[in-house]
Design a protein around this ligand. Structure first.
Ligand code: ZN
Length: 302
């Protein structure tokens, strides 16, 4: 559930000044996250009881801790337990700013830049960015299938592979497939083993409702689509670029933004982390018109 904060409801994306002011103290961050995590009031994370007492205590590091205690089972917990922020020495003010920076840079932000903006070490910046990426993913099993006109295309992302002597000896390209639903403008991305017909079929069947129209280029791995399952309309790029509404321009625009992000910001992404970058990119792209993308991320943090 997403709470609508009237302060932000009028705008598309807040400015950095608004974010810094709104989340200036730990107290404000805790209150905000508490409302998103427990919109009906704090519940015990062990027994789900609603009789909770709130108090502050000194933590091990001397930092004050905002604690909840369940009056039914006596369990003590904090707002961050079981979230991506748990077990971190970083303040919520910095976590929230990191989320803002990742959400507001449409090509993404490098760990190096995050390090500079947040005044943290590179290791910390890298760790925070990865944790945030884990939250920026939608549960595909519960996502509705795309319908209507969908554009499908594939591209290759250069990955680096460790050689036998630990050096990057060869560059292997990883295929990535994208589907864009034309009416909603939303996308789904996936790194795949290969671009064989069966691999692409699996991805399309999982994400697109039967009977939908699928626009692709004339790549042979899409030939299986000429069946009763989907209405397939291939585009011949050599002859005409746009044949009425049969085109793959939408998905090609996604690639151009994606590649500028990968090339310009992340330089080389290893195959191990590519799915995480794809999550981040997809999430940000699909929520680009959301009045408050940060709250969307917060709601995925626990
Ligand atoms: Zn309890």
């Amino acid at each position: 559930m997403i709470l609508i904060d009237p302060y932000w409801a009028m705008k598309t994306q807040p400015s950095v000044i608004e974010v810094v002011q709104k989340f200036a103290t730990e107290e404000r961050c805790i209150k905000h996250f508490e409302k998103i995590r427990w919109p009906e009031g704090v519940r015990c994370i062990r027994c789900n009881g609603s009789r909770i007492s709130i108090f502050n205590a000194d933590g091990k590091t001397g930092k004050e801790r905002h604690l909840y205690e369940c009056m039914d089972c006596n369990y003590q917990f904090t707002v961050t337990v079981g979230t991506i922020f748990h077990d971190s020495h970083m303040t919520l003010t910095k976590w929230f700013l990191a989320i803002y920076l990742i959400c507001s840079n449409k090509k993404g932000i490098s760990a190096k830049e995050l390090q500079r903006q947040l005044s943290v070490t590179y290791k910390t910046a890298w760790y925070m960015a990865h944790r945030i990426r884990l939250a920026m993913q939608e549960d595909r099993d519960f996502c509705q299938k795309f319908a209507g006109v969908c554009e499908v295309d594939e591209t290759y992302v250069g990955g680096k592979q460790k050689g036998q002597r630990g050096r990057a000896v060869s560059t292997n390209k990883i295929p990535v497939v994208a589907i864009k639903e034309r009416t909603s403008g939303k996308i789904r991305l996936k790194a795949v083993q290969d671009v064989k017909g069966t691999t692409l079929a699996q991805f399309i069947r999982f994400n697109v409702a039967p009977g939908s129209k699928i626009h692709t280029d004339e790549f042979s791995a899409y030939l299986w689509l000429d069946s009763s399952e989907f209405a397939h309309e291939p585009v011949n790029h050599q002859e005409i670029y746009v044949d009425g509404d049969v085109h793959t321009n939408g998905v090609e625009n996604v690639w151009s933004l994606f590649k500028r992000g990968i090339m310009g910001v992340f330089h080389k992404v290893s195959s191990k982390y590519l799915p995480l970058y794809l999550n981040e990119f997809e999430f940000r792209f699909n929520n680009r018109d959301e009045f408050n993308m940060m709250d969307r991320v917060f709601s995925e943090c626990f």
